[in-house]
Every structure is written in C-alpha cells, then in structure tokens.
Design a protein around this ligand. Structure first.
Ligand SMILES: *Cc1c(COP(=O)(O)O)cnc(C)c1O
Length: 419
C-alpha cells in the first residue's frame, strides 16, 4: 500500500474504512475539555465497549430477582453462560469450542497448564523459552522448574536474538531446538512478544518442537484478538491468554485456555475441582471426579459471572467481525503509522518491531535515541495514551476496532513536534 502525506489523506482512509462504525461502540477516554484522547494502549488494557454495563447489569438483575435460581432459570441461565463465549473465542484463536475453557487469569492458568504439560523426566527436563519473555512468564517457569526439584540454571534454555539484534529468528529457534530439543520437555513461548511486538511462527515452531519430541505451548496475551491464529490446525498442545488486552474484557478480566483435542481423552494429570466435573452430574455431589469432555475439565471453581459478563459483552462485538477483517484493517493502520514515522526521516527514531506485516500485529515499538522518560511524559501531556517500557521503548498499538487513521496522523504530528 502506497500512502500519502497530510491530514486529509488520513480522513479519506477513515471514510473508506469498512470497520469505522465500531469506534462509536467504545468508550473513548477524554481530556478535561471533553476531547477524545488518542488511545494506543489496547495492548495493555483494551477500551470499554458501551454495552458492557448492560451485560453486567443483567447479571445483577438476575441475581436480585432470582437469587440462586439464576443458575438454571431466566433468559440466560448462568450454568450455560460460558458456552457462547467458548464459541466466540474459538473463532478468535482458531480452535474447536471444546478446546477452550474460560477460567481464572493468565498467570494462574499457565501454572495449571504446566502442571499438566510440563512433565520433566530424568533425560528430558528442560524448558525452552525466550530471553525477553514477560516477567510473569519468567517467574512462572522458574518456580515450576524449582517446584519439580530442578535448578533453573540447568533446566531453562533461553532463546537469544543474534548479537546486536533485538528480534529472534526462526534460525535462532531452530538451532536451539536442534541442540537442546532432546533434553527439553517443553517449549513455551509468547505468540507476540510484549516488548518488541514480534509475532512468532506458531506453525513452524510447533512442528519443529514436535519433531524433537517436545510439548509446545504458547502464551497468547498479545496475540489473541490481535493476529490470526490456527491453534487447532497447527497442533499447538496448549495455550493461555488474558482477555483484557486486545479482547477488551475489562481490567483483570477472566482468562481463557486452549487444550488441543488430542489431549482430551488421555489421562493427562491435572489439578481438579468440582467445576471441571461434568455439568450433567456435577450437582449429584459424587465422591469421584467425572471430568467434562475437553478443556473444561481444567476448570476448578465456580465462574466469576460479573467479570464474565464483561467478556461476553466484548465478544458480542467480535462476533460481528472476523479476525481476517480486523487484521486487514490492522495491517493498513499500523502500516500507515510506520509510513508516517519513516517519513519523518529522523535518525534518532528506530522502530524495533519487524517490518514484515506477517511478523507482527498491531503494535509498533519505537526507540528514540538519547530520549528519556521526559519525552514520553510530554507525549502523554499532549493527549496520547501509550506506554513506556524501560529503558527506552515507547509502545504504540493502533487497534483496528476503535482507532482511526486520524489518531495515527495526530500522534505522529505530536511526536514530530516533540523531538
Ligand atoms: C499481560 C501479560 C501477562 C499478565 O498476566 P496476568 O496473570 O493476566 O496478570 C502475562 N504474560 C504476558 C506475556 C502478558 O503479556
């Protein structure tokens, strides 16, 4: 796509945008004069859909009118409340609905999935991960390794970028799997890296990992709702994600897991609770656990309905638009941001996110040489919400559901004036 300069062009793009109607369905944060702020933090906390309140209200109304009967009575009995959510999420991540469960939050879910899928043995006890994984993932993996009695220094293999580079390549990953794969029990990576915005080749990595006899799992916090995924088709063993970033389920929203069908019937060890017992005999209160078919067997507790209502509200928007439509706009929007930044021809700015749209999602991570947090504070003062990751990275995520091309244009103007 060849772009043009000038604000009028950004307005033209907005007018032609087939998804432009969706912006009106989100609560856009405003400054104290009532003007829309430029919100580029959907990779951290997605914006609130305007219908979210009514979904939460409905739960409160059911609760007030029916009390505990709400589980089985009313227009939308709570017992089946997550069924449609699983269908919506399965389209977003490319799965079958019974491969999805809605539960807990991301870090907890990674622990629960590692209990099942990190089964270290004498000659196969290592975990392959990224050097620059999200801190929680580092803590999760290190504590799991120690929990099993291993030393993280021996058991964790970290994939580094090439000397002097920021991104990891398929060659980096391939050579680690070739040298360490036979002693690795698990490969656990982020689908999209939180700091660089780099998207990994899930199909290729899963195939390479399986060829070496490893289980392969992904943290999809920055990938779900952002890029097209085919978890089932690509034979990914398991995955987990939070629903408050690109999926707009609200702060600390309930998370979700994917467990591939091929693991459903096997006796995979798992930490169990009554909500993973089959729905049709759960309330018989039997002594023995009779697991639900599929990923729901991993659910342990009663679902937090008020939080889940916010997720359901947000997914009703995703039900109206396919991931491929969203990604088509996302590539244009992020490509336009990249074009305008490159057009500044400022030697102090470097975009560390991959240039190839196949290797990234919505986010561009920008390094400004010799900048400090003051630059970032100034950007905020000019009405842009974005974030700063130490030591010198500004993350900008134009989200196709609610960001406009004019948002992108205005941001680059502000950036230009400040540097
Ligand atoms: C956002 C994020 C998390 C956050 O985990 P919570 O348990 O939801 O707080 C974990 N891992 C990655 C990669 C993330 O991007």
């Amino acid at each position: 796509m060849v772009h043009k300069k000038g604000r009028n062009y950004s307005k033209e793009l907005d007018q032609k945008d087939p998804l432009k109607v969706f912006r009106k369905r989100f609560m856009i944060p405003k400054d104290n004069k009532g003007n829309d702020l430029i919100y580029f933090c959907g990779n951290s906390l997605g914006l609130q859909p305007s219908i979210t309140k009514s979904y939460i209200d409905q739960i409160l109304t059911d609760w007030s009118h029916l009390g505990v009967e709400s589980w089985f009575e009313g227009d939308n009995p709570w017992i089946a409340y997550c069924d449609s959510i699983k269908i919506s999420l399965s389209k977003i991540v490319g799965a079958n609905p019974n491969e999805i469960a809605v539960m807990n939050s991301l870090s907890v879910n990674l622990h629960l999935l590692m209990i099942s899928f990190y089964r270290p043995a004498k000659n196969r006890f290592k975990i392959i991960m990224e050097r620059d994984a999200f801190p929680s993932d580092k803590y999760i993996i290190e504590s799991q390794v120690r929990f099993h009695g291993y030393d993280p220094n021996d058991a964790i293999i970290r994939i580094d970028p090439k000397e002097g580079e920021q991104l990891i390549s398929n060659e980096n990953i391939r050579s680690i799997i070739e040298s360490e794969g036979e002693s690795a029990a698990l490969i656990l990576l982020g689908g999209v890296n939180y700091i660089t915005g780099q998207k990994l080749d899930i199909a290729l990595i899963t195939a390479m990992g399986h060829a070496a006899g490893c289980i392969v799992g992904f943290d999809l916090a920055h990938a779900s709702g952002n890029v097209v995924l085919h978890l089932h088709q690509h034979q990914v063993d398991f995955a987990a994600w939070c629903n408050y970033k690109y999926i707009n389920g609200g702060p600390g929203s309930v998370g979700a897991i994917f467990v591939h069908q091929q693991h459903h019937d096997k006796n995979v060890p798992r930490l169990e609770g009554w909500w993973g017992n089959r729905r049709d005999n759960r309330f018989l209160m039997q002594d023995h656990f009779d697991p639900e078919i599929g990923a729901e067997a991993w659910v342990t507790s009663t679902p937090p309905l008020i939080a889940i209502a916010a997720l359901k509200a947000s997914l009703s928007i995703f039900d109206e638009v396919s991931m491929s439509q969203l990604v088509t706009k996302s590539r244009l929007l992020t490509g336009y941001l990249e074009y305008l930044i490159n057009d500044l021809e400022d030697q102090s700015i470097e975009i560390i996110t991959p240039k190839d749209p196949n290797d990234r999602g919505a986010q561009l991570s920008i390094k400004v040489r010799r900048a400090n947090k003051e630059l970032f504070n100034n950007i905020i003062r000019h009405g842009v919400i974005c974030d700063w990751r130490e030591p010198d990275v500004i993350r900008i995520a134009p989200v196709p559901l609610y960001n406009s091309y004019e948002d992108v244009f205005d941001f680059v103007q502000i950036l230009q004036n400040l540097i």
